[in-house]
Design a protein around this ligand. Structure first.
Ligand SMILES: C[S@@+](CC[C@H](N)C(=O)[O-])C[C@H]1O[C@@H](n2cnc3c(N)ncnc32)[C@H](O)[C@@H]1O
Length: 471
C-alpha cells in the first residue's frame, strides 16, 4: 500500500511509481482514448494548490536508534532510555538551523494567512526539549503567525517523555499527540529494533491520558515479520482499549537499504504473503470501524471530529510549508525536497539566506501531474474524487475517460459513484453516465474506493489513472 501519508517526503514521482503492494488481480483495463489534459479549461479564480499555505511540517530527525524498517532522514543519537537530551549540541545546533531556514524562507504570496496546522514529525520529536521546540514555534509565529486554535501535532515515542515533558509541550500549544506504538508484542518491538519495550508503551499511554490530551493518535504497523493474525488481533484490541481518538495503520514497506531489506524479501516468510497482508488490512478495518472509528483515509481512522487536519491538507493537494532535513514542501505548484544529509542541509540553509536557492531546483508540477496527484490523493480518502471540481480544473473529457477506465471496477464494486447526497449509485445506472460529459457532471458528484476491497486495490486503480492521464 502507498505510504505517502506518513509525512511529507513525497515527490510526485515517488507517488507514481511506488510498487503496488496489494495488486490482487491484474485486469485488462482498456483506456480506449488517450486524452490530453485541457490546458485552457475555465478554472476557479484561485485553484486550491495556489492558495497560500496554512500548514507547516517541521522535521525533527533525532532518534535514539534507527528502527529496522525505517528509511526516513534521521539522526541516531545512540543513547539509552530516558537519557536527557536537554543540552545535546546536535539538537541545539539543528534547532538553530531550522529557525534560520524558517526566517530565510521567502513568502511569494500577496497574503500570508496564519498557520492553521503545524506538524512536528520525525524522527522522534519528543526527544527535543520543550524549550527548543518553543524556539521553533516562536519563529513560526513571528514569520507567518499561528492561529489561536491551530492543530499542533507532535510525533512522540514511548520511553522518550515524562508527564512533565508532555505538559511542557502542551504549554507551548501542542494539542495533538501521535504515539508511535507499532505493535503490542515485546518480541515484535524487539525485532523491529524499537528503542522501547511494551512497558514503556503502556506507560506512555498512561501519561497521555493523565495529561488529558484529548486529541491523540496511535501508529500501528501490520505485516511485520513473524506477526501472526492472533498478534494482530491483540494489537488492534489493545488499541481499542486504549481508546485514542485517531489510529493510523500502516502496512509494512520493506524499504531499500534498511536492515529489513537485508533480512527479508516481501511475500516470503517470515513476512506475510500478499493475501495475508490484505487480511491484516481487512481485520484492522473491521475492528476499528466496529469500535466506532471512521475509516476516513486508506491508513487513517478517527472518532468523530478527530480527523488529522494537517494530513487532510496533503490529501486535498493543498500547498504546505516544510522545514528541516529531507522534508518536502509544496508551494505555488512547486514541490521541493530538502537535502537528506545534514552537511548538505546546512549548505542549503546558508544558500537560502544568501538568495542562492533558485526556483529551477524545484519540480514544477505540470497540469497532467497535478491531475494525477489529485486523483491519487483524493482516492486515498473516503470522501473520494470531487467530480465537479475535477472537471472544472482539468476538463470534462478527462473526467469521462477516467470514469470509462474505471467502469470494470464500478461493476466489481471496487469503485463507487456517489450522487450529491453521497448516496451510492447502482452500477447499471452509472454506465450510461460515463459516456456523456454533461450527464456525468450532472449526476455523479464523487467517485470513491470501497472499504476495504477498493482501498486494497488502490495501487492498481492509480496505475489505471496514470494510463489515462499520462499515457
Ligand atoms: C515518521 S514515522 C514516526 C517516527 C516515530 N518516531 C516512530 O517511529 O514511532 C511515522 C510512522 O510511520 C510508520 N512507518 C515508518 N516506516 C515505515 C515502514 N517502512 N513501513 C510501514 N510503516 C512505517 C510508523 O508507524 C511510524 O510511527
Amino acid at each position: 500500500m502507498l505510504r505517502t501519508t506518513l509525512s511529507p517526503f513525497i515527490s510526485t514521482l515517488q507517488l507514481k511509481f511506488k510498487a503496488p503492494k496489494f495488486s490482487i488481480t491484474v485486469r485488462n483495463v482498456h483506456t480506449q482514448c488517450t486524452p490530453t489534459v485541457r490546458q485552457n479549461t475555465p478554472t476557479n479564480p484561485t485553484p486550491l494548490f495556489q492558495l497560500p499555505p496554512t500548514s507547516a511540517y517541521i522535521h525533527l530527525p533525532f532518534c535514539r536508534k534507527r528502527c529496522h524498517y525505517c528509511d526516513f532522514p534521521i539522526v541516531a543519537l545512540g543513547s539509552s532510555m530516558n537519557q536527557s537530551h536537554d543540552d545535546d549540541p546536535r539538537i541545539v545546533d539543528y534547532i538553530e538551523l531550522i529557525c534560520r531556514e524558517i526566517k530565510a524562507t521567502r513568502s511569494d504570496f500577496d497574503q500570508c494567512p496564519p498557520l492553521e496546522t503545524v506538524f512536528f514529525g520525525g524522527g522522534t520529536p519528543s526527544l527535543v526539549p520543550p524549550r527548543l521546540v518553543s524556539l521553533v514555534l516562536d519563529t513560526l509565529k513571528s514569520k507567518f503567525g499561528v492561529c489561536l486554535n491551530a492543530e499542533i501535532s507532535m510525533e512522540m515515542d514511548p520511553g522518550t517523555f515524562t508527564t512533565d515533558k508532555l505538559k511542557g509541550f502542551m504549554g507551548l500549544g501542542v494539542n495533538r499527540v501521535s504515539l508511535g506504538v507499532q505493535a503490542f508484542q515485546e518480541e515484535l518491538l524487539k525485532s523491529c529494533g524499537r528503542a522501547h519495550g511494551l512497558k514503556e508503551v503502556f506507560e506512555a499511554i498512561e501519561i497521555v491520558k493523565s495529561c488529558q490530551v484529548e486529541n491523540w493518535s496511535m501508529d500501528l504497523i501490520s505485516s511485520l515479520p513473524h506477526q501472526t493474525p492472533n498478534m494482530w488481533t491483540e494489537s488492534l484490541q489493545l488499541t481499542v482499549d486504549a481508546n485514542p481518538n485517531h489510529v493510523s495503520v500502516y502496512d509494512l514497506q520493506v524499504e531499500k537499504d534498511t536492515k529489513f531489506a537485508v533480512l527479508y524479501t516481501p511475500g516470503e516468510l517470515p513476512l506475510p504473503s500478499e493475501s495475508q497482508s490484505a487480511d491484516f488490512y481487512k481485520m484492522a478495518s473491521e475492528t476499528l470501524t466496529g469500535a466506532g472509528y471512521d475509516h476516513y483515509e486508506i491508513s487513517s481512522y478517527s472518532k468523530s471530529g478527530f480527523k488529522c487536519q494537517h494530513n487532510l491538507t496533503y490529501w486535498k493537494n493543498r500547498s504546505y510549508y516544510a522545514f528541516g532535513l529531507g522534508s518536502a514542501s509544496y508551494l505555488n505548484g512547486l514541490r521541493f525536497s530538502r537535502p537528506r544529509r545534514m552537511r548538505d542541509y546546512k549548505t542549503y540553509v546558508a544558500n537560502l539566506e544568501n538568495g542562492l536557492v533558485l526556483n529551477q531546483e524545484k519540480v514544477n508540477v505540470d497540469t497532467k501531474d497535478r491531475a494525477l496527484d489529485v486523483v491519487m490523493l483524493s482516492l486515498r480518502t473516503a470522501t473520494g474524487l470531487d467530480i465537479k471540481s475535477f472537471i472544472q480544473d482539468f476538463g470534462a473529457s478527462l473526467a469521462v475517460s477516467l470514469c470509462q477506465a474505471y467502469k470494470p471496477y464500478v461493476e466489481s464494486g471496487h469503485v463507487l459513484c456517489l450522487d450529491e447526497e453521497r448516496k451510492i449509485m447502482p452500477a447499471f445506472e452509472v454506465n450510461s453516465l460515463f459516456i456523456e460529459e454533461d450527464k456525468l457532471e450532472e449526476k455523479v458528484a464523487f467517485i470513491r474506493l470501497s472499504d476495504p476491497e477498493g482501498f486494497l486495490l488502490s495501487n492498481e486503480l492509480i496505475s489505471t489513472a496514470f494510463g489515462v492521464i499520462s499515457p
